[in-house]
Design a protein around this ligand. Structure first.
Ligand code: ADP
Length: 695
């Protein structure tokens, strides 16, 4: 599998995108945190200054009360009048100043006068001896104390001042301010907390139910910003995260904290991340596009270069090719011709350029397929022509044989057809030489065949003559004997007639008749040998013919004590022939077997019949003397015989063979020569004309 080329670039872009996105996200987060921090700092400042100015508004009140003569008088003489006067004074001052309560304590911490004397008489029973603001004032200082809010009471600030009467500390003037008074102005500033030693003094609405700092802040984490400053990120118990900024007011021992939700930082961070990712995608796409364009440009340039190189190579090949090449336009006009073609046609580029291709072909060859192909140049019906043998025409009008091919060039813009021409003059010359050699050879073969035929004819003639000689001597021998005897008997007859002994004449005439019969048999045999094959064949059952022959020779078999083994199959077979000729075949084979068995002690003859759908095979087997190898090769020749003169003419097997061949059959012999225990088997195969069936 090929490694896609854009993968390294994609990986690089991915890494750069991740780094870029991380940096942008971090920067935006830090920037948003810095913004939030600055806002928190401003909030803190505003809360502190507001708190301080609020407190400053009330801080003079204890002094004011401590300077009152009525108050001094009361502390000196706590008469009911004095109490009533001071109480009214405190009531009015409280109303005017907007504080929660004003009261004057004696040095024992007991209440001597109280702004709310009308409604809260119980207040007089409460001792303030242990309260911080009382103890601080007793020491001559300005006292301040904060009480934490409880379920029953709101948290409050107590401000106190010592009351001196004639330089002697006589009591303590105290102002109580509910924390709610301070809080009213702070609620605009955001989420804040006032705490002391982890206890919540007051808080913005969201955290009002909490009593301790840990009810609000679950976990803290310090984060360093890019400018090196640190911020406190806290996890809120109510859920969410916030930026915590706190300042401790040393004089009051309060910790003022401002909490700003980090939600907007997270949002800004998320937006920045999304923006950075989108930007990276856009940049990556741009880079890819540019890269792709650049690669395309490079590839186009490379292709162009390769094309130019290939064209140059092609031009080189065409110019040095040993084949004539011509390019044609759609009209069949020559656009280009390579040096080889110029040489073949004895043409120059200037002369041939623009000429029609027809001019390069011998006019008499412009017909048939070639003409049709050239006429279809530039049309859709054009079919290429490959290696067509035709004749080219040179500029000097001389001709040369050529192999002409033309095909369309699909990729070439200007040229449409490429013609290739191969001059086949040398090949033609060779072909001609080969043809001549062939003709000579054929002539020689013909001559030799003729000579051979003549020799064969001579041989046949010689064989014929030899056969004729053999036949003549046999016939002469066969005829001479009875003729000599005839002459003798005729002389005797003549003598007997002269002597008038007619009684004996009859005997002699009988003998003459016998001799004539014998000669007739001989001539009949010769006639059979000359017999032509019958014109009309008829279906014959060979087994019936065999039956007749065996019954005819039954007497001889018995006489010679020959055991005949013949399991005659009950078949109805049909061969095409005539029964006389079939009879001749079987008669001859059985007679020959009888002759061969004449010297055998236990003579045995076997007849076998085999057949299939197409042919029947009849075998005549005997255990007679057999045939020696030399005789076996001549056995079917006419006039070949091993029998004594007068006993056989040697025509039987020769006649059988020609009959069997006439019947489209075959005869074979298999034999072993042995005077005591020989073996001979003649097999006659004949084609069947009808399928054999059990009768
Ligand atoms: P003829 O019987 O007149 O000699 P044939 O052509 O019938 O002529 O036979 C040729 C020769 O083939 C015979 O002389 C004999 O030697 C040989 N021959 C034919 N049949 C047999 C046989 N069954 N066993 C041995 N020899 C045979």
């Amino acid at each position: 599998m090929q490694f896609p080329r854009f993968i390294p670039l994609a990986l690089l872009m991915l890494v750069l995108s991740i780094i870029g996105t991380t940096l942008v996200t971090q920067f935006v987060r830090d920037w948003a945190l810095t913004e939030l921090k600055e806002r928190g700092e401003n909030q803190l400042l505003s809360i502190i200054s507001q708190t301080r100015s609020e407190l400053a508004e009330y801080q003079y009140l204890p002094f004011l009360v401590s300077q009152s003569n009525d108050v001094a008088e009361l502390l000196r003489v706590p008469s009911p009048d004095n109490i009533a006067r001071v109480s009214r004074y405190l009531e009015q001052t409280n109303l005017v100043a907007g504080t929660t309560a004003l009261f004057v304590l004696d040095t024992q911490g007991n209440t001597r006068a109280f702004s709310h004397w009308r409604a809260q008489q119980n207040f007089y029973k409460v001792s303030h001896r242990n309260q911080g603001y009382f103890l601080q004032a007793l020491e001559g200082q300005q006292g301040i104390q904060v009480t934490l809010p409880t379920p029953q009471r709101e948290g409050a600030i107590y401000l106190s001042a010592p009351v001196y009467v004639l330089s002697r500390l006589r009591g303590v003037a105290t102002v109580r301010l509910d924390l709610g008074l301070l809080q009213a102005g702070l609620d605009q500033t955001g989420q804040y907390l006032f705490s002391k030693k982890g206890q919540i003094l007051m808080a913005s609405k969201r955290f009002q139910t909490a009593t301790e700092l840990q009810d609000i802040v679950k976990a803290e984490r310090t984060t360093q910003l890019y400018d090196g400053s640190e911020i406190q990120q806290v996890e809120l118990a109510q859920g969410g995260r916030a930026l915590l900024q706190a300042v401790i007011l040393d004089d009051l021992g309060w910790q003022v904290s401002v909490l700003n939700d980090l939600g907007e930082v997270v949002r800004a961070q998320r937006n920045a991340t999304l923006f950075a990712i989108a930007l990276c995608i856009v940049i990556s796409l741009l880079v890819f596009l540019l890269r792709e364009r650049q690669l395309k440009h490079i590839s186009r340039r490379e292709t162009q270069q390769a094309l130019e190189r290939s064209e140059a190579r092609q031009r080189d090949i065409i110019n040095t090719a040993q084949v004539g090449m011509i390019t044609l336009d759609n009209q069949g006009q020559v656009l280009f011709i390579n040096p080889m073609a110029m040489q073949q046609f004895s043409e120059s580029m200037q002369r041939i350029q623009g000429a029609h291709i027809d001019q390069l072909i011998a006019p008499e060859m412009l017909q048939g397929v070639l003409k049709k192909t050239l006429s279809r140049l530039g049309s859709k019906g054009f079919a290429p022509l490959i290696a067509m043998e035709t004749v080219g025409k040179r500029s000097d009008s001389s001709h040369f044989p050529m192999l002409f091919s033309i095909k369309q060039m699909k990729r070439e813009a200007s040229a449409n057809y490429l013609v290739t021409v191969i001059d086949i003059t040398p090949r033609k010359r060779l072909e001609r030489a080969l043809q001549e050699a062939n003709d000579q050879l054929e002539h020689k073969v013909h001559e030799r065949t003729q000579a051979l035929k003549e020799a064969q004819d001579e041989l046949v003639q010689a064989e014929k003559m030899a056969a004729l000689g053999r036949m003549s001597s046999a016939v002469v021998h066969e005829l001479n004997q009875p003729l000599t005897a005839l002459r003798t008997y005729i002389a005797i007859c003549r003598k007997l007639i002269e002597q008038n002994q007619t009684a004996q004449l009859e005997n002699n005439l009988e003998l003459i008749n016998d001799l004539i019969s014998r000669m007739a048999i001989l001539t009949r045999q010769l006639k059979t040998f000359a017999y032509q094959k019958p014109q009309h064949m008829a279906p014959v059952d060979p087994l019936l013919v065999l039956d007749q022959v065996l019954s005819l020779l039954k007497g001889r078999l018995e006489q010679q004590q020959i055991e005949l083994v013949y399991l005659r199959p009950e078949l109805n077979l049909q061969v095409s022939g005539d029964s006389a000729r079939l009879e001749q075949i079987f008669l001859n084979l059985v007679t020959n077997a009888c002759d061969a068995l004449s010297e055998t002690e236990v003579a045995r003859m076997e007849v076998q019949v085999d057949h299939n759908k197409e042919r029947v095979e009849i075998r005549v087997i005997d255990n007679g003397s057999g045939i020696d190898e030399q005789s076996l090769s001549h056995i079917f020749e006419p006039f070949f015989t091993t029998k004594d003169i007068g006993e056989g003419l040697g025509l039987g097997l020769s006649i059988i063979r020609s009959i069997v061949r006439d019947l489209q059959g075959d005869i074979r012999v298999d034999s072993r020569a042995d005077s005591r225990n020989g073996y001979t088997c003649f097999t006659v195969t004949l084609p069947l004309i009808r399928q054999a069936g059990e009768s």
